[in-house]
Design a binder for this molecule. Structure first.
Ligand SMILES: Nc1ncnc2c1ncn2[C@@H]1O[C@H](COP(=O)(O)OP(=O)(O)OP(=O)(O)O)[C@@H](O)[C@H]1O
Ligand SMILES: [Mg+2]
Length: 230
């Protein structure tokens, strides 16, 4: 469904991604791992339309999408959950969801139902300002918001970064449910335990280049092997 071929992406004269090619099939959960500064965020921002590649092509269901603006890609069902965990902090949790339900046409009841199903504690938090949520709860709200309107492709940038171990397991559980429901997702993550438990495939990005694709389940399960590539 998603095919990235040979993209180069630069900030001014500084080239960050070099001939990056990768793909995602319907219903797959694919991870990108790599050190800080490897270009992971740049890659997700390019797929979601926030950056345009200098060269190369990105196809989504066979249609060229590189260079299209993010709003247009959102309407095609591509959602991006950014690394900064930014919510509308002055709005309540319910209103944060309402914006997404308004944008997608899904009913607010359905959106709230999904969020409280994936994380029942939100039942008590619906009328609270989102700014008061913990980092983990903000991430869960952002994932819940991205799922509103049943997106075709979810791009998630480091969902567990900076979170306490117990919340990381909540995020794991939520991602695992998405995997069972065959939500197509392309996720950047540095927590290798999360990656090895969830990944259908893994791409390893080093200094802006894909240096390895892992497809073998047994290999994916060995985090020590993964570490060796970083
Ligand atoms: N807006 C920008 N302008 C100029 N250079 C940038 C910009 N954003 C990122 N870079 C540079 O591009 C490279 C890749 O950054 P990117 O944020 O994509 O890496 P990353 O793999 O997501 O890192 P992290 O794990 O820290 O999130 C880095 O060298 C970074 O300094
Ligand atoms: Mg990043």
């Amino acid at each position: 469904m998603l095919e990235v071929s040979e993209i180069d992406v630069s900030y001014g004269h500084a080239k960050v991604l070099h001939r990056v090619s990768l793909n995602l099939r319907q219903g797959e959960m694919v991870f990108v791992v790599g050190r800080n500064g490897a270009g992971k965020t740049t890659l997700l921002q390019t797929i979601s339309g926030l950056l345009a590649p200098n060269t190369g092509r990105i196809l989504f269901h066979g249609e060229e999408i590189h260079g299209l603006p993010a709003e247009k890609l959102a309407r095609k069902g591509i959602r991006f959950v950014a690394q900064d965990k930014k919510v509308f902090s002055e709005l309540t949790v319910r209103s944060n969801l309402e914006l997404a339900s308004y944008a997608t046409g899904e009913s607010l009841d359905e959106a709230v139902g999904r969020l409280t199903r994936i994380y029942p504690k939100f039942q008590e938090f619906l009328e609270r300002k989102a700014g008061g949520l913990s980092g983990g709860q903000r991430e869960i709200l952002l994932i819940g918001r991205a799922l509103v309107g049943k997106p075709k492709l979810l791009l998630i940038d480091e969902p567990t970064e900076g979170l306490a171990a117990i919340v990381i397991e909540d995020i794991f559980r939520i991602l695992n449910e998405m995997k069972i429901e065959k939500v197509s997702a392309f996720i950047v993550e540095q927590n290798l335990s999360i990656v090895s438990r969830l990944a259908d495939r893994i791409y390893i990005l080093k200094e802006g280049k894909i240096i390895k694709e892992m497809t073998d389940r047994a290999e994916i399960g060995r985090t020590a092997d993964l570490e060796g590539y970083l």
